[in-house]
Design a protein around this ligand. Structure first.
Ligand SMILES: C[S@@+](CC[C@H](N)C(=O)[O-])C[C@H]1O[C@@H](n2cnc3c(N)ncnc32)[C@H](O)[C@@H]1O
Length: 209
């Protein structure tokens, strides 16, 4: 199993050009790499208040908003450039009344607390960027309402990290966690109602209140 190597090019990932390029990549490839995530999310059939962490330029946010017209989405994103691009994209899709972006970090407990409680909290391909994932999962768990669901989707670290893949993808896989590591994060939190699903090369974590 390759050793975990945290992301080093975070500034590059969140720069203005990169945010635009990321949206273009999502438009080209989103239906492939986000398919499993969107299928899992839709299958949960949750309505109400959603919290998305790390929406990036908002491609999947728009799909989720379109498919869940009764729900409203608050999306917390670290990068102001991503938020600018995402805001424009959501406007173009006519979804501005459904999605509200907040600049900030999942690691900021008071920010997340002040947003209220949520029926569904989800994130795709963002976990591997978080500095302290155990604490972030705890913060998100506390933001669930009594019947709420937390759904985290990411790469699992695996042998693909040894291949000369496009740089960003290889870095992301190297920075991501194995199912065992995710399980030990959850054990640290003493949360009992959880499920980890593996679907190579991705991992889904569901945590229920
Ligand atoms: C690889 S992109 C994923 C974007 C999109 N969710 C997707 O599935 O393609 C990761 C996103 O998470 C954001 N992010 C990273 N760390 C974060 C944090 N601590 N709090 C909120 N957003 C974060 C990054 O700025 C970036 O937009």
């Amino acid at each position: 199993m390759p050793k975990r190597i945290p992301h080093t090019d975070f500034e590059v990932l969140t720069g203005k050009n990169t945010a635009e390029e990321y949206l273009e990549m999502q438009k080209r490839l989103g239906k492939f790499y986000l398919k499993g995530f969107l299928n899992e999310l839709m299958a949960q059939n949750r309505k109400g208040k959603y919290l998305e962490i790390g929406p990036g330029p908002g491609f999947q946010t728009a799909i989720i908003a379109e498919n869940n017209p009764e729900s409203e989405i608050t999306a917390v994103e670290l990068s102001a450039n991503m938020i600018n691009i995402a805001t424009r994209y959501i406007e173009e899709k006519g979804l501005s009344d459904k999605v509200h972006f907040v600049e900030g970090s999942v690691e900021d407990e008071s920010l997340i607390q002040n947003l209220g409680k949520f029926d569904l909290i989800y994130t795709s391909f963002s976990l591997h960027h978080w500095k302290n994932p155990v604490n972030s999962i705890r913060i998100l768990y506390n933001a669930l309402n009594d019947d709420g669901l937390l759904f985290i989707y990411d790469f699992g670290r695996n042998w693909l990290a040894y291949l000369p893949l496009e740089r960003g993808i290889r870095e992301s896989i190297r920075a991501s966690y194995t199912p065992k590591e995710i399980e030990s994060m959850i054990k640290e939190l003493h949360v009992e109602n959880y499920q980890i699903k593996k679907r190579f090369p991705y991992i889904s974590l569901f945590v229920r209140k």
